[in-house]
Design a protein around this ligand. Structure first.
Ligand SMILES: N[C@@H](CCC(=O)N[C@@H](CS)C(=O)NCC(=O)O)C(=O)O
Length: 203
């Protein structure tokens, strides 16, 4: 059975739990308290030298970090990752967008405001993330005005990757009301079979 080293509140970890649940793959979840440094112990660094969750243990000595790499690994040969060459590149396009243009703005703001609950202490850093986060939401909204999903006209791991931090963007003070195509898409994602919420265990 897979073993997922994770933090329940983390959107990056939620991506993996959501896909595992939708694939109905059993997994043991091990909670790592990143706030007390558990992701930076020697024992954990042997599993992931970058000291971050999620990290998926595949077998006795094989560990796979990086949420989107894990999604890709699990989704191979499933409906969550299309076969067509361009469609697969489109999935990657949006997963790279998520990591470079979305997560560094929206997830970090949420981390300071709602996980650490230190909005005042991080006021300057949060302000510096605002325009990037709004730009990412604008890009998503424009795409979703003409498309039901991000890639290949179907629900894929690109949607899972982008859903994870978008649906909790308001916890990072990014209001979603100005982005109606995003809010419609959030509902579309939530209606997929075996969907679970961020705080839910794998069924
Ligand atoms: N690019 C990585 C980011 C992982 C990441 O930043 N994880 C955070 C939690 S969301 C973490 O483990 N932080 C602990 C630390 O930096 O020590 C991914 O997508 O998995």
């Amino acid at each position: 059975m897979y073993r997922l080293y994770q933090m329940q509140d983390s959107g990056n970890c939620y991506k993996v739990r959501l896909l595992l649940n939708q694939l109905q793959i059993p997994c043991e979840c091990i909670e790592i308290d990143i706030l007390s440094g558990e992701s930076r112990t020697d024992t954990f660094l042997e599993k992931n030298s970058n000291g971050r969750v999620p990290t998926l243990q595949l077998d006795e000595q094989t560990y796979l970090p990086e949420s989107n790499a894990i999604l890709w690994y699990l989704a191979e040969e499933t409906p969550f990752l299309p076969q067509d060459k361009l469609a697969r590149a489109r999935v990657l396009q949006w997963m790279f967008f998520e990591q470079y243009s979305h997560e560094p703005f929206i997830a970090t703001s949420r981390f300071w405001i709602s996980i650490l609950q230190q909005e005042d202490n991080f006021a300057d850093q949060i302000a510096a993330k605002r325009s990037g986060g709004e730009a990412a939401l604008g890009v998503m909204n424009r795409h979703l005005q003409d498309n039901d999903y991000f890639a290949a006209n179907q629900y894929t791991i690109a949607d899972i990757a982008l859903y994870a931090y978008t649906h909790v963007a308001e916890e990072g003070n990014f209001q979603l009301a100005p982005y109606p195509a995003i809010t419609t898409w959030l509902t579309r994602v939530q209606s997929q079979s075996w969907h679970i919420g961020l705080l839910d265990p794998i069924a």
